[in-house]
Design a protein around this ligand. Structure first.
Ligand code: ATP
Ligand code: MG
Length: 328
């Protein structure tokens, strides 16, 4: 068959386009495979702490990006992780047995909010609840410090995200002792052991939750003071970021080493197999997101599945189908 010039150009460009698409697709999947086999299963392990006995914060570099050289190299991997996370959430919801609690702690401007936003972007909002914990209200101060968090632990089938958490009670309250006075704890109970006792109680709460089907993963977004300074300056210099700046956050920089000691101590005492800490490098936001997404994805080990229908339920479904077909 003779083709007119424009037709042949068109078919040529079509086949060319098809080859390009095929080439890009195979190239992409190659990239997936190489980055994934190299990194994915090791991401989580690299930053995971399950036994805090010898944990030292100085062994973790906030600027680390491991073998990922650039934001671009990480892009496909992050997308892939987000897709898998979305599938996992659907099964978690359908199975209605496990729940997942993700806890985020960090110094200011480490990127908690944006990491939560990105990592959960593909997840059905109906199956997920984010709770931010600020300075406690007077009603909250009338209860033990675990109360406000325990009330909002995720129910079965759901993902709960804590943006800050009961860990503030061994961080900001430890660094600023005057906050403890506001908690109205009977004085004989406030001894020099109070921080150790709090860490024990937190670990006990997490053990209890774990034994009841809540899988806990805890993230410390580890930003360096130099990168924090850069981000604060951006908040001052860029009008659209001005709203994020708080002079109080600046004051906290003076207590940096006290905070780091408190973080080290809490990780040493609350890192367990069932509720591990991940010390996530946070000087590069794209890398932070990648590590968090990879950790969440490793929950595949839960073997989540859609509930199976038994023979009787199958018969019911067939009957329902017949009835439905009979209707207009
Ligand atoms: P973030 O700082 O988490 O991005 P934000 O700036 O929107 O959030 P803030 O008003 O800064 O919100 O509220 C968080 C503040 O609340 C932090 O300074 C934190 O230390 C403090 N906070 C959280 N929990 C407690 C607690 N239990 N006791 C005292 N202060 C707490
Ligand atoms: Mg703040």
């Amino acid at each position: 068959m003779l083709l007119s010039r424009s037709q042949s150009d068109f078919s040529l460009s079509l086949s060319l386009r098809r080859s390009i698409v095929l080439f890009v697709a195979s190239h992409r999947s190659l990239r997936y495979t190489s980055i994934m086999t190299l990194h994915l299963k090791n991401f989580a392990e690299r930053y995971r702490v399950t036994n805090g006995k010898n944990f030292k914060l100085k062994d973790f570099d906030p600027g680390d990006t491991w073998k990922c050289k650039s934001k671009e190299a990480a892009h496909d991997l992050l997308e892939h992780s987000l897709e898998r996370l979305s599938e996992m959430q659907e099964k978690l919801y359908a199975q209605d047995e496990w729940s997942l609690l993700l806890i985020f702690q960090a110094m200011d401007a480490a990127g908690k909010d944006s990491t939560i936003k990105h990592v959960m972007s593909g997840v059905n909002p109906q199956g997920c609840e984010v709770t931010s914990f600020k300075a406690p209200t007077s009603a909250e101060l009338d209860h033990g410090y675990l109360w406000r968090c325990h009330k909002v632990m995720p129910e079965r089938g759901r993902i709960g995200i804590f943006n800050r958490s009961y860990y503030e009670e061994v961080l900001v309250v430890r660094v600023h002792r005057e906050l403890l006075d506001k908690e109205k704890i009977p004085p004989p109970l406030v001894t020099k052991n109070i921080w150790r006792e709090r860490l024990e109680d937190i670990a006990a709460l997490e053990r209890y939750a774990g034994r009841n089907g809540t899988v806990i993963r805890k993230f410390f977004l580890n930003v360096s003071p130099a990168e924090q300074k850069k981000r604060f300056l951006a908040r001052l210099d860029q009008p659209e970021k001005n709203w994020k700046f708080s002079a109080a956050d600046l004051g906290e920089r003076e207590h940096w080493s006290e905070y780091m000691n408190a973080y080290q101590d809490l990780i040493q005492h609350t890192a367990t197999d069932s509720a591990p800490w991940f010390v996530v490098p946070a000087d590069h936001k794209w890398f932070t997101r990648l590590v968090v997404a990879s950790v969440v994805e490793t929950l595949e080990s839960l073997k989540l599945e859609y509930p199976k229908v038994n023979a009787a339920q199958k018969r019911e479904l067939t009957a329902a189908r017949t009835t439905l077909l009979r209707t207009k």
